[in-house]
Design a protein around this ligand. Structure first.
Ligand code: ACO
Length: 447
């Protein structure tokens, strides 16, 4: 975007003129790219909460108004009218696909769903209880060992093939990770099915009986994936951009994003929500106790699934998912006691001054866990499902970054607060650092 006007900064008796850059939705920024060179000052912004790291044409969100749009299309419209693969194409290539483009894209993805047979051996090596996110991130990184022929981030043909491979193979990796965790045989992809039907079959079919597909469940999953497809510069997406800015291959950048997503403050929150609801249920459904605990400044407990760095009004994704959640539960005749607790929690928190004042609303993860449960997906797999959904966004943001001439390797600065220069102390004269004398006797050596 063009610089429209200037901002003036006064420091140490000097004035600095900074460009003001305005986005297409009127978002304003002060361009500080030359500030350090001109003044010696850097900006300090923990968590980058007020720092624009790039200009991006992919996703617009307005946290105050609860708006989320991809390439100009509202999340509500996409959920109503598009499929996940159409949304993926839109995010990655910038426009909705024509009929023939969508057919070709779908066909390419369908024909790349198999994993190299050698990769099956890797699954065997993981312990039975391995978290599937550990398996997913390792396996995605392993893909880079199999496809070294398409590493060049600046070659569009390499990128197109890598995009297809990632979108095609990650659901297969996810399903194999699940089957490994429950000791069932892997189910190979079925090219006669659509993307989400295939995921459901790979997860739940067993070779000894006929598999019945429920198209409503496949549609609900498709919608869940659309809802997660991109969310501009969140933690995992910024990870993709940071890792990718070194021109590391796309598989490794996506693997790093999986690791970032795993954390309970990010994609791991959907699992944490169900664990929290479980804990409340075991504790006699005492919702008030946990609301009070979340408000207690002496406790580190937070209501999982509440609050968002950007949405300070409501999370539009949460509204859509809540409806689908109610629909599937009603259709399946599922009475989920955790849903009752979730509803009570939502009610109490929405009326409580602490949450109202801080604008803490249920986010997408609050309901997605309940819907995943209704689809039969176990809680350890929730974040894996989120990763499948977020994949097009990660790819689109990476692709935008590598083709943007303004991109530089990601390298934030810091304000150093450690000791100033001091003389080296010989070992005989050093004091012991309190608490660091004993070895790690809690851990079995060489474990
Ligand atoms: N429960 C209780 N209090 C909360 C919660 C919560 N879930 N979230 C924020 N607060 C409080 C904080 O204690 C703080 O209070 P204070 O001003 O009195 O100190 C205030 O609200 C602001 O919170 P911050 O931590 O500054 O907000 P931030 O934007 O840094 O964090 C986050 C956002 C990480 C999502 C936070 O709300 C949280 O931890 N939520 C629970 C985890 C969760 O649901 N994560 C999923 C996010 S969505 C996603 O990744 C798809």
């Amino acid at each position: 975007m063009a610089a429209n006007e200037k901002a003036t900064l006064s420091m140490n008796g000097k004035q600095y003129e900074l460009d003001v850059i305005v986005g297409t939705e009127g978002e304003q920024s002060v361009d500080i790219r030359n500030l350090r060179a001109d003044s010696g000052f850097i900006t300090l912004d923990n968590g980058y909460a007020n720092t624009g790291a790039c200009q991006s044409g992919i996703t617009f969100l307005n946290g105050e108004k609860g708006i989320l749009r991809h390439r100009g299309y509202s999340i509500e419209d996409l959920c109503e009218n598009a499929t996940f693969l159409e949304t993926a194409f839109l995010l990655i290539y910038g426009e909705l696909p024509s009929e023939s483009q969508l057919a070709a894209f779908t066909d390419d993805i369908t024909r790349h769903t198999l994993l190299h047979e050698n990769m099956r051996n890797f699954f065997q090596g993981f312990p039975l209880r391995a978290h599937p996110m550990a398996i997913l991130s390792s396996m995605v990184c392993s893909l880079s060992a199999f496809y070294q022929d398409t590493y060049n981030a600046l070659d569009p043909d390499h990128t197109d093939l890598t995009v297809v491979r990632l979108l095609a193979k990650i659901p297969t990796i996810a399903a194999f990770a699940y089957k490994k965790s429950i000791g069932q045989p892997y189910v190979y992809p079925d090219n006669s099915l659509n993307y989400c039907e295939n995921i459901i079959k790979m997860f739940f079919a067993v070779p000894c009986e006929e598999f019945e597909l429920d198209s409503d469940k496949a549609k609900a999953l498709d919608q869940l994936l659309i809802l997660h497809a991109d969310h501009e510069q969140n933690c995992s997406t910024s990870t993709v951009r940071l890792v990718g800015s070194s021109l590391a291959n796309l598989y490794s950048a996506i693997s790093a994003a999986c690791c970032a997503l795993w954390g309970p403050l990010h994609g791991g929150a959907n699992q944490a929500v169900i664990e929290m609801l479980d804990q409340i249920a075991k504790d006699g459904n005492n919702v008030k106790k946990y609301v009070d605990l979340a408000k207690d400044k002496d406790s580190s407990f937070r209501l999982m699934g509440f609050g968002h760095r950007v949405y300070k009004n409501f999370d539009p994704r949460a509204r859509i998912i809540k409806k689908t959640c109610d629909k599937i539960l009603a259709k399946e005749g599922i009475h989920d006691p955790l849903l009752d607790i979730a509803k009570q929690l939502e009610q109490v928190a929405l009326e409580d001054e602490y949450f109202v004042e801080r604008k803490l609303y249920p986010n997408v993860d609050f309901y997605s866990g309940i819907l995943y449960r209704a689809l039969g997906i176990p809680k350890d797999m929730f974040t894996v499902m989120f990763a499948i959904g977020r994949l097009p966004g990660w790819i689109a943001q990476w692709r935008e970054m590598v083709t943007d001439p303004a991109t530089r390797i990601g390298r934030p600065r810091q304000i150093y607060t450690g000791p100033q220069a001091r003389d080296f102390i010989p070992i005989a004269k050093r004091e012991s650092l309190p608490g660091r004398t004993a070895g790690l006797d809690r851990v079995t050596p060489h474990e």
